[in-house]
Design a protein around this ligand. Structure first.
Ligand code: ADP
Length: 935
């Protein structure tokens, strides 16, 4: 590449003049264009082109087309030059001028016609007319266009092209030469500057610098070298090192210089030698070959440096490195991250030492922070960083150690707590270094938080604990206590209690006792539980229950823990319970001796019933155990007589509704005793929970009921008796009275014959009256004089009765049949004889029209009981009288003498002995059977 433009290579004016001269010879127009196509020279340009074709838009477009064609094909034409006939009919030729292989310019000619290819003039004129040209001028211009032979054109083109090329090449050479001269001058200047710089450097450097030629003769020595050698610089020149010293150092120095001349390689070495003061100096020497332009080693440069200090420093560094190595080993063995952080006066912060522990703590490698601490600080929690930097700045100012806990963000573990402790040290260069350690305290923090939460929890628990709780040291001084305690001690906060003793809050005697208890508990090593009285500020007495325990730390008693609560209410309740138990004990004794059953019945709001208390009386009354009743009432209720269930329930509902006393009499089916009458009485009471509670009492009134019935029966019997007695006794009295009157009138009228008859009648009436009174007397005595039951052979008893009645039976022709196996029974034999006799007598007396009266004394089994009977074949008794005939004075046939007391007497005797009696008869003419049972 030449890198030059054509106008730099050619003397354009000279070439133009040359081309103008040549134009005059050749008649040809010439042009030179630079590589970009810009016109540099134009000579002999034809009017036809300049004034017409390039002036008119239509023909000018053709000219540009021609220009474009030439430009496009300048490097790919065939032949010696590019030839083109333009659309305006003119010939254009062009060729490139190549200098040093580069297209430097284009040589152009044209605007002519070949003599063998002239265009038609007429056509040209017509064409010119069509374009509006001034035909006259146009024709003149056309005529001025040169007509040339092809050979003429070729030889001129080639000649001129070569000429221009030669000129250009000459120009190029000239330019190059000028440029090289300039370059040389520049290099020489640069060399001079460098030499000056070298000298300035060499003279001012503390290093020794010397240059030697092949003969080891010194060409240059700097000031430092002269100072070291102790000679003026100029005296050193031209001498080899061994010329003024034969020391081993000088010998080695010279030998090494020669070695570099031989090898052409840089040499360097160190050597030690004593200086003039006898100090051991270590120097480092570097011997560098210096080559000339031909590459030959013209000289060597020796640069020596006093490295005594550096060596000492190196030893120091080595020592430090070993120390660091040891520190790293220690750091690796201890948990956490050990570091030295350095803050330089300019603010640069780095870590000269960082143990591998950093990786665990921050997830970064020690080398990442060696030169810049920013990587590490980027991991600090933004909220903690400012605080940390403040502390660091403060510590840097005061040189006081600092300690901080901050949060850091570990890439894998997330947020962690780190504790940083470090000691600052000011360095000689003004920097500050902190030696410290960072430890992961996340777990400790978590435990602390847990502990705090637990403490809070315990504190809350203790403060809400309804007990007084405290902790004392060995001297009975309070270490802690809860709010309850503070309240009693009249301390504002629990903190105020700390360090104080019982003497500060309680009367002296009590405090002494409490302290003595503490000592006893500590000495005994076991928990103590006491109940004690204490009087509060109002003089009110309280019962307190207190537990005290010794507190051990590492097996040593260090104090006591105590807990106390007010049990006054509990004590009061206990007392009440004791009193109630005593009451219940007494009550149960009453219940045991009192007849009947005492109970408490509860109707719950949900409608269910239960019995919390049932006395033992229920065993006798219902045949049930109290515990059965208190457990389940269904069995109890199931014993109630079906006819009385509705009535008793209704009464209870009424009592609950109206809170009125409950009082009922009802029947039950006692499992052993059968039907029993019960009277129940109770008073309702409403409980706070809406329940209704009855305290009640039940007892057996079966006997009373029976007696009432009996009394009723007896009353009606007495009524009837009074009536009948007065009536029946009246009838013989009237008889007596009327016959007495008859006797009186008979005596007065002297009819004495009738007196005897009347007297007989009076006697009969009196007898009847006597019999009546006897029977009555007998009846009244039965209840009182039935003897104690004894075994009685009924067969013998019947035989005796029949024997006594033998006369009457025979007299009336009555046949009597007796059951062959009458048993022995328990009864009063005397009264039983009266029963049998009475019934047999009635059978005889009321035989009616029976001509063959028969009596059967028998026994039959019926429903598991023995039924004795006396059967006759008399007229019988209508069923409607079956009950009636056993009533006092009731008689069916008054024509037959009798008192109507017999059957009443029999019934009384049987019933007094626990049996019953009845009659079986279908009435008229079929006989009667009187049956009885015994207990
Ligand atoms: P009394 O014999 O003194 O009339 P009782 O009390 O012995 O009194 O009898 C009451 C009544 O029962 C009798 O008046 C009689 O009408 C009737 N009576 C008793 N025994 C029989 C009998 N075996 N057959 C028919 N009637 C009888």
């Amino acid at each position: 590449m030449t890198g030059y433009r054509i106008d730099q290579l050619l003397d354009i004016e000279q070439v133009r003049r040359l081309l103008e001269s040549h134009h005059r010879l050749s008649q040809m127009a010439y042009g030179v264009f630079d590589a970009d196509g810009n016109e540099v020279i134009a000579v002999g340009w034809q009017d036809i082109c300049v004034r017409f074709y390039r002036a008119h838009p239509v023909t000018c477009a053709r000219c540009r087309e021609s220009d474009a064609f030439i430009k496009a094909h300048l490097h790919d034409f065939e032949g010696e030059f590019l030839e083109y006939r333009c659309k305006n009919g003119m010939i254009d030729v062009a060729m490139p001028i190549i200098i040093d292989g580069e297209h430097a310019a284009t040589f152009f000619s044209g605007q002519f016609f070949y003599e063998d290819d002239r265009p038609d003039l007429e056509y040209s004129l017509m064409h010119g007319e069509g374009l509006g040209f001034d035909l006259e001028e146009y024709l003149k211009a056309l005529e001025r266009v040169h007509v040339l032979s092809r050979e003429h054109v070729r030889s001129n083109m080639l000649f001129l092209r070569d000429m221009v090329a030669v000129l250009a090449r000459c120009g190029l050479n000239n330019l190059r030469f000028a440029r090289e001269a300039e370059e040389r001058k520049r290099v020489e200047e640069e060399l001079r500057v460098r030499e000056e710089e070298f000298r300035a450097l060499a003279e001012n450097t503390p290093d020794t610098i010397a240059r030697y030629d092949r003969e080891c003769s010194r060409l240059f020595a700097n000031r430092a070298f002269a100072a070291l050698a102790g000679m003026p610089e100029e005296e050193l020149l031209g001498k080899a090192p061994t010329t003024y010293s034969s020391s081993p150092a000088a010998v080695e120095y010279e030998a090494r210089i020669r070695g570099v001349f031989q090898s052409g390689l840089v040499d360097e070495y160190e050597f030690s030698w004593p200086d003039r003061e006898g100090r051991q100096i270590t120097s480092h020497v570097r011997i560098v070959p210096e080559r000339n332009r031909e590459g030959r080693i013209a000289s060597v440069l020796c640069v020596g440096r006093d490295i005594t200090e550096w060596k000492r420093y190196e030893a120091e560094l080595l020592h430090r490195a070993k120390l660091q190595e040891r520190l790293a080993a220690v750091a690796a063995a201890v948990p956490g991250f050990i570091f030295t952080i350095r803050v330089e006066p300019g603010g640069r912060t780095c870590f000269p030492f960082a143990s591998d522990g950093i990786e665990d703590l921050f997830g970064i490698r020690p080398e990442e922070i060696r030169d810049d601490a920013a990587v590490l600080r980027a991991r600090y929690h933004p909220d903690d960083l400012a605080r940390h930097l403040e502390l660091v700045a403060e510590s840097g100012r005061t040189l006081a150690p600092f300690r901080i806990e901050i949060r850091v963000n570990h890439p894998d573990k997330g947020e962690r707590w780190v504790e940083i402790r470090s000691n600052p040290q000011r360095q000689p260069d003004g920097a500050t270094e902190w030696h410290g350690v960072m430890i992961d305290v996340t777990e400790r923090k978590r435990m602390e938080a847990l502990l705090a939460a637990r403490e809070q929890y315990q504190r809350t628990l203790l403060d809400n604990f309804p007990f007084f709780v405290w902790l004392k040291d060995k001297e009975s001084r309070l270490l802690a206590a809860n709010q309850q305690y503070a309240r009693v001690a009249k301390a504002g906060t629990t903190r105020e209690l700390e360090g104080r003793t019982d003497f500060d809050f309680f009367p002296r005697d009590l405090a002494e006792k409490y302290v003595a208890d503490d000592r006893a508990v500590m000495a005994g090593g076991a928990m103590k539980n006491v109940e004690e009285m204490y009087s509060d500020e109002n003089g009110e007495l309280h019962w307190m229950e207190t537990w005290k325990s010794p507190v051990f730390v590492n097996g040593q008693v260090v104090g006591t823990v105590g807990c106390s609560h007010d049990i006054t209410d509990r004590k009061r309740n206990e007392q009440m319970l004791l009193e109630r138990a005593e009451l219940e004990r007494r009550q149960s004794q009453y219940f045991r001796v009192a007849p009947g059953y005492f109970y408490t019945l509860v109707l719950r709001p949900d409608g269910t019933l239960f019995v919390p208390f049932a006395s033992d009386g229920v065993i006798d009354l219902y045949g049930l155990r109290p515990e059965v009743v208190t457990k389940d009432l269904s069995l109890f209720f199931s014993l109630c007589h079906p006819d009385d269930v509705e009535f008793t329930s209704m009464k209870m509902e009424q009592s609950a509704r109206e809170m009125s006393p409950y009082h009922v009499e009802y029947r039950i089916n006692h499992p052993e005793k059968g039907e029993r009458w019960i009277e129940a009485r109770s008073l309702p009471q409403r409980e706070p929970d809406g329940s209704i509670l009855w305290h009640g009492f039940m007892y057996d009134i079966t006997t009373r009921k029976w007696m009432e019935k009996e009394l009723q029966r007896k009353n009606s019997e007495l009524e009837r008796f009074t009536y009948t007695v007065s009536h029946d006794l009246k009838s013989p009295l009237i008889t007596i009275k009327s016959f007495s009157g008859s006797i009186k009138s008979d005596l007065a009228s002297g009819r004495e014959d009738r007196i005897e008859t009347d007297l007989n009648r009076i006697c009969t009436a009196a007898d009847k009256m006597a019999a009546l009174l006897d029977d009555l007397l007998e009846l009244s005595r039965v209840g009182r004089i039935v003897g104690a039951p004894e075994p009685v052979d009924m067969a013998a008893l019947v035989r005796e009765v029949l024997k006594n009645m033998e006369g009457v039976l025979n007299e009336n022709g009555v046949q009597v049949a007796v059951h062959p196996e009458l048993p022995t029974v328990q009864c009063d034999p005397q009264r039983m004889m009266e029963v049998v006799q009475n019934l047999v007598e009635n059978a005889v007396k009321y035989r009616g029209d029976q001509t063959e009266p028969r009596i059967q004394v028998g026994l039959r089994e019926e429903g598991g009981r023995r039924v004795f009977f006396i059967q006759d074949n008399g007229p019988g008794i209508e069923p409607k009288y079956h009950e009636n005939i056993f009533g006092l004075f009731n008689r069916l046939d008054t024509r037959i003498p009798g008192t109507g007391i017999g059957l009443a007497l029999v019934k009384r005797i049987i019933e007094v002995q626990g049996g019953s009696i009845w009659v079986e008869s279908e009435g008229c003419g079929v006989g009667s059977t009187f049956c009885f049972t015994l207990k």
